[in-house]
Ligand binder design. Structure first.
Ligand SMILES: Cc1cc2nc3c(=O)[nH]c(=O)nc-3n(C[C@H](O)[C@H](O)[C@H](O)COP(=O)(O)OP(=O)(O)OC[C@H]3O[C@@H](n4cnc5c(N)ncnc54)[C@H](O)[C@@H]3O)c2cc1C
Length: 539
């Protein structure tokens, strides 16, 4: 039997805990979060869903690779944000696609795009469906006759490896585990590990400019992008394979972050690397987040480039089992292929000491291969990493037991970070209202640059059962307002989608929006590619 992913949450259908297991988890989780006891609820089953009737049917030329089945429509109706999981859990599928296309080759994809353009039907590229910004939800502006989700799952092969240049041509639908397994047989890795690694795809990463697990240097997918191919309604867009080029505005960069509004990415040549052989990691305690942040700034400006430089505040460290709530924790790690990392680690530890940091007793050093990004941890780093990887599964349980868990990510220059941090935490607490008494608003750095960090806030609070969406909207708006008012970006790596549009529109230059609209009008003259995301089609 084919193992199916849940139509509403993370993981596979057979991974959903039963009621007894949920009850047991509810007690433990509520105690750990300091929340009043919550009674777990059951998700609305597929057979109980009343999906809106399809407005259109697959035409003859698409029928062989399309489905209008309830499972496919529901499973492509939402992404995987907190509010998506709440909606899916409670059977609220207001905007499913009318049908889903599963093209197996470029000519089938071309047929699907052509048909959507000719019928004024929205075409929504779908990779792993892990968007947390409403990027794959067919919630359309008026004037469309229907919506088709285009699932790129069949484009999942590593098609070619160039060991001389160390690049690989990879299909856009390949998920993290699939492309890494294929590259591993060549002794190579893409070394891109977003938290959604298990289900998200190369095409989705490029379309959203995803950020990987590593804190510095090559961690954004576009850093590894050598050339890219997409099919647009106006034809193919393929850039030349080059290690670098000063020939005008970059065609790769114009597709990176295009969020499906220009066309569908089908494959890309990616820069790959041998698997790291040298690793060293350590957890360093700081009295508080502010002292840790000063140290992180010093390391990020030292030219050392650790692979991990994640600072967790005391609450975040405690919640992930990496601390006891009395101190902030810095997860510090170095990785290398060619030369030892001990010297760099030694200097980074010195900088930590200079800033009052206390390193854990055991240094997780290793010179063996293994799974990059998942290496041994020390001083609480291992606990944090397990919690990081298990978090998407835990969130489904939190929704079942009535706990809101939402995240906000941004980036800001160092000189404005303290003010932004204060403002966001205050805004979240104020927006939570009565639930603030039991809430946790925590912060960690996911990525760090010499000129500023990418802070990532987690808000955990008792959900207002029955009005979870209104509660979420209030908190989302308040925190997003605070981020943009403090000078941050509305997104550092989660993308714009539909959910971030109001704040993205404030942040981007007006003239740039007009230029992007003109580009869209060229590649997508009928305005059918993912309408509502990123920019509006020209009127
Ligand atoms: C638990 C969790 C953890 C996450 N962690 C991270 C993280 O660490 N870093 C990070 O950057 N993001 C993270 N995300 C967000 C999400 O995983 C990323 O945005 C990811 O890049 C989406 O990939 P996907 O294949 O699932 O794309 P989808 O969700 O299917 O699509 C995302 C957007 O890209 C478009 N798209 C997808 N495929 C294509 C294609 N082939 N051509 C053109 N457009 C396309 C879609 O139309 C949509 O607008 C996380 C999400 C969750 C739920």
């Amino acid at each position: 039997m084919v193992r199916r992913r849940k139509h509403w949450g993370w993981g596979y259908e057979d991974q959903q805990p039963d009621h007894a297991a949920l009850e047991a988890s509810a007690a433990t989780i509520c105690e750990r979060l300091g929340l009043p006891a919550r009674e777990p609820r059951e998700p609305v089953g597929l057979e109980q869903l009343a999906l809106p009737l399809p407005r259109i049917e697959p035409p003859r030329q698409l029928a062989a690779f399309s489905s209008a089945g309830s499972y496919e429509r529901a499973a492509h109706a939402l992404g995987k944000s907190y509010v998506d999981v709440v909606r899916g859990f409670s059977g609220d599928f207001a905007h499913p696609p009318d049908f889903v296309c599963f093209p197996r080759a470029e000519f089938e994809l071309e047929q699907a795009i052509e048909w959507c353009s000719s019928q004024r039907v929205a075409a929504i590229p779908f990779g792993g469906g892990t968007s947390v910004v409403g990027g794959v939800t067919p919630e359309l502006p008026s004037g469309y006759n229907g919506a088709v989700s285009i699932d790129m799952g069949a484009f999942d092969r590593v098609l070619e490896v160039d060991p001389v240049s160390r690049s690989a041509l990879i299909g856009a639908g390949a998920t993290g585990p699939s492309l890494e397994a294929q590259l591993a047989s060549h002794g190579l890795t893409l070394r891109h590990y977003p938290q959604s690694f298990e289900f998200s795809t190369l095409g989705g990463w490029i379309a959203t400019r995803a950020g990987g697990h590593f804190a510095t240097l090559w961690t954004h997918i576009e850093d590894m992008l050598e050339s890219v191919r997409a099919l647009t309604p106006a034809g193919a867009w393929e850039s030349r394979r080059l290690p670098g080029s000063g020939a005008g505005v970059s065609p790769d960069r114009m597709l990176a972050g295009s969020e499906g509004v220009l066309g569908v990415i089908t494959r890309a040549w990616m820069r790959v690397q041998p698997r790291p052989r040298q690793r060293s990691s350590v957890g360093v305690r700081f009295a508080d987040f502010a002292h840790g942040a000063q140290c992180v700034r010093a390391i990020s400006q030292s030219g050392l480039h650790p692979s991990n430089l994640r600072l967790l505040d005391a609450g975040e460290a405690a919640l992930t089992g990496a601390g006891d709530g009395s101190h902030a924790l810095l997860a510090l790690a170095f990785e290398g292929v060619d030369h030892p990392v001990s010297e760099a680690m030694g200097r980074a530890r010195e900088i930590c000491r200079e800033h009052g940091g206390v390193a854990g007793e055991r240094d997780g050093a290793s010179d063996s291969g293994g799974d990059a990004g998942q290496g041994a941890g020390a001083g609480g780093v291992g606990s944090w990493r397990s919690a990081f990887l298990g978090a998407p599964y835990l969130r489904d349980v939190l929704v079942a037991i009535g706990v809101m868990a939402e995240t906000f990510e941004t980036a800001i220059t160092w000189e404005r970070f303290d003010a932004l941090h204060e403002r966001v935490i205050a805004a979240a607490h104020a927006a939570l209202g009565p639930e603030a008494a039991h809430a946790r608003v925590q912060c960690r750095f996911t990525h760090v640059y010499p000129d500023g960090p990418a802070p990532y806030f987690t808000v955990i609070a008792p959900a207002r059962r029955g009005s979870e969406i209104e509660q979420w909207l209030t908190v989302k708006a308040a925190v997003s307002d605070a981020i943009v008012a403090a000078g941050g970006t509305i997104t550092h790596h989660h993308a714009v989608g539909r959910d971030h549009r109001p704040w993205y529109d404030q942040q981007r230059p007006e003239l740039f929006a007009a230029a992007l609209g003109a580009l869209k009008a060229t590649t997508d003259p009928a305005g059918v590619m993912n309408p509502g995301v990123l920019i509006d089609p020209l009127a």
